[in-house]
Design a protein around this ligand. Structure first.
Ligand code: AR6
Length: 165
C-alpha cells in the first residue's frame, strides 16, 4: 500500500529517502527547486553531477529520464534528478512528464528507498499549466510500489491544484 501525501512547503526540508529534483539536462544546477536543492545540499551534489557528466551522461540527461546522486547535507539519502519537458502550445509532451515520475520511482526502487518527495515538475520555469501537471503526476504514480509518496508544493495555488479531487 502506498500512502500519497500533499504538503505545502519546501522540498529541501523533507525527511524522506529520496528528493526529486526538477533539473535540466546539463545536471549542473539552475534556478527554482534545482537551485534550492544545490544551495541547501551543498557542493557534494554538484560534484556528483559533474562525475555523471564526465561518465555515462556526457551528453546530459534526456527529458523524462532520471538519475540519482548523493543528497549531500540534506536530510534525504539521495537526490533523484529528472528533466521535465518544457511546456509547448503545439506539441503534447505529457508522456515525458509522466516518464519523469515513473523513472524517478524506478530509480528510487533500485536504491531501496521507501519514501520519495516530488516537486511540481515543469510547472515553474518550464511553464507547464499546474492543473494539467497535477493530473499527469497523479496518474503516473498510481501503480507505484513504495511506502510513501509526498508531493511538496511550494505555493497555495499549486497545492490546491494537486489536492483538487
Ligand atoms: N521546494 C518545493 N518546490 C519548489 C521549491 C522548493 N524549494 N522551489 C521552487 N519550487 P521549477 P521546472 C516549485 O522552476 O518548471 C531550473 O532552473 C516551483 O514553485 O523549479 O521543472 C532547472 O535547472 C514550481 O511549482 O522547475 C531547469 O532549468 C516547481 O517547484 C528548470 O528550472 C517547479 O518549478 C526546470 O523548470
Amino acid at each position: 500500500m502506498t500512502t500519497i501525501e500533499h504538503v505545502l512547503g519546501d522540498i529541501t526540508n523533507q525527511n524522506v529517502d529520496v528528493i526529486v529534483n526538477a533539473a535540466n539536462s546539463s545536471l549542473l544546477g539552475g534556478g527554482g527547486v534545482d537551485g534550492a536543492i544545490h544551495r541547501k545540499g551543498g557542493p557534494e551534489i554538484l560534484a556528483a553531477c559533474r562525475e555523471l557528466r564526465a561518465g555515462h551522461y556526457g551528453g546530459g540527461l534526456r527529458t523524462g529520464q532520471a538519475v540519482a546522486t548523493t543528497a549531500g547535507r540534506l536530510a534525504a539519502r539521495w537526490v533523484v534528478h529528472t528533466v521535465g519537458p518544457v511546456w509547448s502550445d503545439t506539441e503534447d509532451r505529457s508522456g515525458l512528464l509522466a516518464d519523469c515520475h515513473r523513472n524517478s520511482l524506478k530509480v528510487a526502487a533500485e536504491l531501496g528507498a521507501t519514501s520519495i518527495a516530488f516537486p511540481a515538475i515543469s510547472t515553474g520555469i518550464y511553464r507547464w499549466p499546474v492543473d494539467s501537471a497535477a493530473k499527469i503526476a497523479r496518474t503516473a504514480v498510481e501503480d507505484a510500489e513504495i511506502d510513501l509518496i509526498r508531493f511538496v508544493l511550494f505555493d497555495q495555488a499549486t497545492y490546491d491544484a494537486f489536492t483538487r479531487p
